[in-house]
Design a binder for this molecule. Structure first.
Ligand SMILES: [Zn+2]
Length: 114
């Protein structure tokens, strides 16, 4: 359910951008979703199809790109990409002093308009 407000946000940004460029229609939208965020691609597309009805974004294809989370071990400096489920230990030294960055982002990468 929490995809709904996010999808509304995407649609309004996309429509605003298209308007600025006098676009007649929106063909596709590239989105980046962090691996650790809990958004479900299918749900976003589902809400988008409903919300975009009777707008120039109707029928636009959403392309999802997953972004891995980067983890840095504070003990040995080892860096690695983490995918869920996150291991709480460094694969190099077994330390649990890990710092996670990225992987929670959600943003529009590009919009293809026609
Ligand atoms: Zn380590």
């Amino acid at each position: 359910m929490h995809e709904l407000p996010v999808t509304q946000g995407i649609l309004s940004v996309v429509l605003e951008t298209a308007q600025k460029h006098n676009a007649q229609r929106i063909d596709s939208i590239d989105l980046v979703i962090g691996d650790l965020s809990s958004f479900v691609d299918d749900s976003i597309q589902f809400y988008f199809d409903i919300l975009s009805q009777d707008t120039i974004a109707q029928g636009a294809k959403l392309n999802f790109q997953r972004e891995a989370a980067a983890v840095i071990c504070l003990e040995c400096g080892h860096r690695f990409n983490a995918a869920p489920p996150l291991s709480p230990f460094c694969p190099a030294c077994d330390s649990s002093r890990l710092q996670v960055s990225g992987g929670k982002d959600f943003y529009i990468d590009s919009i293809e308009i026609g």
